[in-house]
Design a protein around this ligand. Structure first.
Ligand SMILES: Cc1cc2nc3c(=O)[nH]c(=O)nc-3n(C[C@H](O)[C@H](O)[C@H](O)COP(=O)(O)O)c2cc1C
Length: 90
């Protein structure tokens, strides 16, 4: 799935929608992966316009994000322990 904005939307809109879609997919047992690396390459130039035309993408937009979905091949028993890079209390 590709979430992107219209000329009138807030740049945060597609990212919020994609996040909810990711949570809904995970709740249904699907695997998901957010991909921000594609969006910048389909904004400017002839190739980008052709790509958008081929896939029915209506507008170029400031922010956008892909969400890959699939049936997970493995079942995790434990999550990775994560830490924030920095937490500052000024
Ligand atoms: C907003 C956002 C954009 C991302 N974009 C990419 C991307 O373009 N390419 C990529 O390989 N991983 C990207 N990632 C990382 C993966 O979506 C995923 O978070 C990472 O593989 C860690 O997976 P895990 O959280 O299940 O361990 C992005 C993550 C976020 C949150």
């Amino acid at each position: 799935m590709y979430f992107y904005g219209t000329p009138y939307s807030d740049p945060a809109d597609p990212l919020i929608a994609a996040t909810y879609a990711m949570l809904a997919a995970e709740a249904k047992g699907l695997g998901s992966c957010l991909l921000g690396g594609i969006h910048p390459f389909i904004q400017q130039g002839r190739g980008a316009r052709r790509f958008r035309g081929k896939w029915g993408i209506r507008y170029p937009s400031r922010e956008g994000i892909f969400l890959a979905l699939g049936y997970p091949a493995v079942e995790y028993k434990q999550a990775i322990k994560r830490t924030f890079a920095h937490i500052d209390f000024p």
